[in-house]
Write a protein that binds this ligand. Structure first.
Ligand code: FAD
Length: 293
């Protein structure tokens, strides 16, 4: 039977989990709907030095501590992806891939997602294409890899990869000749003013087709790391909620959005600092004010 919740939280990162703890302690029925894994971006971080209660933490362990606390308060956990929302009525409706969910209030904690190249990279996910160098570098020890970059956004990932891989080729739309002049890492090569056109392979990624100043180039590679930066995960809220020019959800200091009883927290909102502690703080505020109905 369909369950009607007081509060539904979309996204189980640190923001969503903090909101759940605050709301559940006020005696409300609360569920987190998460499409992938609790912890969100935390699962991609090796070392965290600025979470005040931990001298040094790794993201996966810290995420587990958050999840344990959510478990202690018996928050319902639903694994589903919300694909459309209707906030026009008092009853808020969330359409998931698997089911429809209803509640009095909604807290949006969908965070940010990686910007895509826009070719066929998703066909090779887990088969040579990765969106996280920190997470997947180790799978390519001693291999030759490429980094899809934009205005130098892939330089940090290239440095991480060069410590493990045999060679790293940065493919960037911009002119990175200034970086090339100061680069002392012989493993890192740069192809500037280049655009990835297609990704090819049989069972796994084998080749990347690139256009460089109008000329076609085919690179043989073991992996392609897509490092084009992050964008807010707000596609399903376009035309529903007020977003800023970069697509982040606009909120007031109580985390209220442009719709009644709909809150947004953490990296997905137009906050000035996007960190673990600020996502937790947002979650606490929304968890509190969502309980007022
Ligand atoms: C490499 C890296 C290093 C970082 N280092 C630090 C650091 O040292 N210190 C620090 O404080 N911060 C750091 N950060 C930033 C920090 O991780 C984020 O600010 C914080 O985790 C944001 O939490 P969030 O809950 O807002 O969003 P997220 O962690 O992005 O969680 C969003 C969740 O929502 C889910 N979701 C999205 N859309 C849907 C949908 N439609 N349906 C269901 N579920 C959905 C996602 O799967 C995800 O689990 C780092 C981030 C990265 C990537």
């Amino acid at each position: 039977m369909e369950k009607f919740y007081d509060i539904l939280i979309i996204g189980g990162g640190v923001g969503g989990m903090s909101a759940a703890v605050y709301a559940k302690r006020r005696g409300k029925s609360v569920a987190i709907i998460e499409k992938f894994a609790l912890g969100g971006q935390l699962n991609m971080i090796n070392d965290i030095e600025n979470f005040p209660s931990h001298k040094l933490a790794d993201g996966i362990s810290l995420s587990k501590e958050f999840a344990d606390q959510v478990g202690n308060f018996e928050v319902d956990l639903i694994y589903d992806e919300i694909q459309a929302v209707d906030f026009s009525d008092d009853v808020k409706i969330l359409n998931g891939k698997k089911q429809v969910y209803k509640s009095k209030s909604v807290i949006i904690a969908t965070g940010v997602k990686s910007k895509e190249i826009g070719v066929n990279e998703n066909d090779f996910l887990g088969r040579g294409v990765s969106f996280c160098a920190v997470c997947d570098a180790n799978f390519y020890k001693g291999k030759d890899v490429c980094v899809a970059s934009e205005n130098g956004k892939g330089l940090r990932a290239a440095k991480i990869l060069s410590e493990i891989c045999n060679s790293v080729t940065i493919i960037d739309k911009a002119d990175l000749s200034a970086f090339e002049k100061v680069n002392k890492d012989e493993k890192i090569k740069v192809i500037s003013k280049a655009e990835i056109k297609q990704i090819k392979g049989q069972l796994k990624l084998e080749k990347v087709d690139v256009s460089v100043s109008g000329e076609h180039l085919q690179l043989t590679t073991d992996a392609l790391f897509v490092e084009l930066g992050k964008i807010p995960a707000t596609d399903i809220f376009k035309g529903v909620l007020k977003l800023d020019e970069q697509g982040y959800i606009v909120t007031n200091e109580r985390m209220q959005t442009s719709e009644k009883e709909v809150f947004a927290i953490g990296d997905v909102r137009n906050g000035v600092l996007k960190q673990i502690v600020t996502a937790c703080s947002d979650g606490a505020i929304a968890g509190q004010f969502a309980c007022q109905k």
